[in-house]
Design a protein around this ligand. Structure first.
Ligand code: B12
Length: 286
């Protein structure tokens, strides 16, 4: 994706005149920088914010180096979810990307996309696998392509401020589920955090080291599978105590965290979904 664009390029991409675009820049509707020669240049993430807030369609996505046909369809979340599930199952990466990008460019939040399209869509995919109407490879391929698209979606987000609070997260040893971790990263970036996923299958000891080294404000752990419940409880409590000593909030989520397990462990917040995560993250920032 381009880094900086001229008003002419942005105008062409959304089908308006260059003079309108320059006027919007001068009125402060679109932030811009000036080159040494005095030309206006617009940072790509400011173009994205402008599109999201103004409801503009993208007429020529290639000018913004967005995938072809991106930004031209306005979806309802229900329509988008149905189409997303079909595209993911069929291994159609371009179509899956287009749906998520379209939703984001038309102003839907990452959090809504995460809960209502990605999580809800994969729930449906899991159900179809359970019923035997889907091959294992179709589900796995879907996960792989969705992960790639989520990483691409990150490039459209405004980068967090340098002094934004740090959040780190991942899954624990024995937990191979990667989608929720990467999705939580985008949600926390949307909440104004410098969110950094450490990936999946992390031993407790390495998370301790990461907390000591980076002093994050928030640690998120996605728990979809627990290898040894007894050991999990003991290690989770040690980790939470260490995090609390460093004023780091521990946020947990995931299908394996049943009530009986939660009762035995310490944490700052348990969230059912990414909307709850965003709300907690906001409350932590005051
Ligand atoms: C993809 C997938 C896999 C993939 C994951 C690959 C990958 N790279 O991630 C792999 C291949 C590993 C896999 C394996 C298995 N899977 Co599986 N899998 C799924 C599937 C389809 C999607 C999970 C997913 O990533 N969803 C997307 C994320 C974004 O959503 P989510 O996890 O639902 O998260 C939500 C909340 O939990 C919460 N959340 C989650 N994490 C966090 C973290 C924080 C901080 C917060 C705030 C919130 C939060 O937010 C989301 C809500 O919006 C589910 C179906 C389903 N219903 O979820 C089955 C499912 C979980 N799997 C299932 C099964 C049976 C298995 C296997 C046993 C299959 C097998 N025989 O091998 C193995 C077990 C592996 C293990 N070690 O545990 C069953 C579990 C049934 C049960 N009773 O527990 C399910 C429900 C499918 C089904 N309908 O039967 N699976």
């Amino acid at each position: 994706m381009r880094d900086r664009l001229s008003p002419k390029q942005v105008a062409r991409a959304i089908g308006v005149s260059e003079s309108s675009l320059k006027r919007w820049c001068d009125r402060g509707l679109i932030p811009f920088e000036k080159t040494a020669g005095g030309h206006r240049r617009i940072v790509m993430c400011d173009v994205v914010s402008f599109l999201r807030n103004g409801g503009y369609k993208v007429i020529e996505p290639d000018v913004l180096q967005l995938p072809a046909t991106t930004g031209q369809t306005v979806w309802t979340l229900d329509q988008a979810r149905e189409r997303f599930v079909d595209a993911v199952i069929a291994g159609q990466e371009d179509a899956s990307r287009q749906i998520l990008f379209d939703l984001y460019l038309s102003g839907h939040s990452i959090t809504a996309i995460a809960d209502q399209i990605v999580a809800a869509g994969f729930k449906c995919i899991g159900h179809r696998w359970e019923c035997g109407s889907l091959e294992v490879y179709e589900e796995r391929r879907g996960c792989e392509l969705c992960l790639r698209v989520i990483h691409e979606l990150r490039t459209l987000q405004e980068p967090p401020a340098e002094d934004a609070p740090l959040a780190i997260g991942g899954t624990l040893d024995g937990d191979p589920y990667t989608l929720a971790v990467s999705t939580a990263e985008l949600v926390l970036r949307e909440g104004g955090y410098r969110a950094m996923s450490l990936g999946h299958m992390l031993p407790f000891s390495t998370i301790h080291k990461a907390i000591e080294k980076h002093s994050p404000r928030l640690l998120w752990i996605s728990i979809s599978a627990i290898r040894e419940p007894g050991r999990f409880v003991a290690e989770m409590n040690t980790l939470s105590t260490a995090a609390a000593a460093r004023k780091c909030a521990v946020v947990l989520g995931g299908r394996a965290l049943r009530h009986e397990v939660r009762e035995q462990i310490r944490y700052s917040a348990y969230c059912d979904n990414f909307t709850h995560l965003l709300d907690f993250a906001h409350s932590l920032r005051g």
